[in-house]
Design a protein around this ligand. Structure first.
Ligand SMILES: [Ca+2]
Length: 429
């Protein structure tokens, strides 16, 4: 406990953690993108932009790190999960919602889970969320809510409302559905129906592949020649509108003044699915900056006035959110045996230097598989003896063969001699 006093439940801030899926560095207009994101921009530029902020290179590992406060090498989730897997994120690891619930919060999840679904205990409501509305897996059609069958994986309906298959929602676009449910949850806290402070993990499905969006969102982007980029831009426009609607609900129901909004992508963009990380090197799946340095910011009236509208350049990462939310923002007890994270709340809200000097992005070895890919996509001929990426100060050391990742495009910059590369991230992004 760094806090010397407990906050009473009525003072504890509401927390909305908006995680977006595969949004690249160059996919928001405040980073210079051709995609217009006025509402995301407004939140970013009136809050604190996290400009030295890292997540994992693909979906499931980032979600595991965020929710456990552990490095990827400690969560056991080092790649994205597929539907038929028998396992899930280790059940003995406490997650943010369970900890916040113990500290008096109502806990809601809206959106994409992607941390295992093989038993009820693995699902969001088995892991500390009071309510869940969304999808358990990935690659779910935005309108039909059927899993895209892209390999030897399960297919079928994947859209759930508190454990019930929500078949009545078939045909409705998921970004709209998530925003609407988020607004309803905000209303229930704002109008006093739920008296506890709110934690909402709003894990938007967009703009992850498949590239689907109602046609009206494409209108401003008809001039974009690349059809993938055009569809992606429309999805981001709809996502931006969803962020606006959620934020406006906080105003409408009178709880904005005591709410902390956190916004983060879960990994970098990927060009073959419409995303862009320019000017950062590399893409989703890779530990180059484009894969792991992502759009992130915090917006709240609870930030000190001197940091509002500024960038925070201290190092922080996905594993820091557990301590930052539970110990920092909520002022609660951590109730964990192990953490790799730091409570960064004072650093973020006052702009003080980061406690963190180092971040272990990934490490592994002697494994006959390719990092970040599920077993079905691993090439048994590729046998890396060791791989890893670690950051210390501005320096990033990478070991191992990044070319084993299935990533299209020109990657002639990959791999130093003997598979070892050292980057100064200040001048070599
Ligand atoms: Ca992702």
């Amino acid at each position: 406990m760094s806090n010397d006093t407990h906050q009473s439940a009525s003072d504890m801030p509401h927390i909305i953690f908006i995680l977006v899926d595969d949004l690249g560095w160059n996919d928001v207009s405040y980073h210079g993108s051709e995609i217009s994101t006025p509402f995301i921009d407004e939140l970013a530029t009136t809050g604190v932009r996290l400009d030295n902020y890292y997540v994992q290179a693909v979906c499931s590992p980032s979600r595991a790190s965020i929710l456990t406060g552990l490095y990827q090498s400690h969560t056991g989730i080092d790649r994205y999960l597929v539907s038929e897997e028998p396992g899930c994120l280790q059940l003995q690891l406490p997650l943010i919602p369970a900890s916040l619930r113990q500290n008096g919060y109502a806990t809601h999840m809206v959106g994409k889970w992607h941390l295992g679904r093989s038993s009820n205990a693995c699902l969001p409501m088995g892991r500390g969320f009071d309510t869940f509305f969304g999808i358990y897996g990935a690659l779910v059609d935005y309108f039909t809510h059927i899993v895209s069958k892209t390999g030897p994986t399960l297919s079928g309906h994947d859209f759930w409302d508190n454990g019930r298959a929500a078949k009545e929602l078939v045909g409705q676009y998921s970004t709209h559905l998530y925003a609407k449910r988020a607004e309803e949850i905000i209303a229930s806290h704002g109008n006093g129906t739920v008296k506890k402070p709110m934690f909402m993990y709003l894990a938007m499905q967009a703009p992850h592949y498949p590239l689907q969006v109602p046609k009206e969102y494409l209108t401003p982007y008809l001039k974009i020649k690349d059809p993938l980029r055009k569809d992606f831009a429309g999805m981001v426009a709809c996502l931006d509108e969803a962020v606006k609607n959620v934020t406006m609900a906080l105003d409408k129901y009178g709880i904005r003044n005591n709410t902390v909004i956190i916004f983060s992508s879960d990994n970098g963009g990927i060009g073959k699915h419409g995303g862009s990380n320019k000017p950062l090197r590399g893409t989703k799946h890779l530990y180059y900056q484009g894969g792991i340095r992502v759009v992130g910011f915090v917006n709240s009236p609870l930030l000190s006035s001197k940091v509002k509208g500024t960038s925070y350049n201290g190092l922080l990462g996905a594993a820091d959110w557990y301590s930052t939310l539970v110990e920092g923002i909520a002022g609660g007890e951590m109730n964990v045996n192990q953490t790799d994270g730091y409570n960064m709340w004072d650093a973020i809200r006052f702009g003080s230097p980061s406690i963190r000097t180092e971040y272990l992005h990934t490490v592994g070895g002697n494994c006959n598989w390719t990092p970040t890919l599920p077993f079905r996509d691993r090439d048994p001929k590729n046998v890396p003896s060791m791989y890893g990426t670690i950051r210390h100060g501005p320096w990033k050391l990478m070991i191992g063969d990044q070319m084993q990742q299935k990533v299209s495009g020109n990657h002639d910059y990959l791999n130093g001699p003997n598979g070892v590369s050292l980057f100064n991230t200040d001048d070599d992004p």
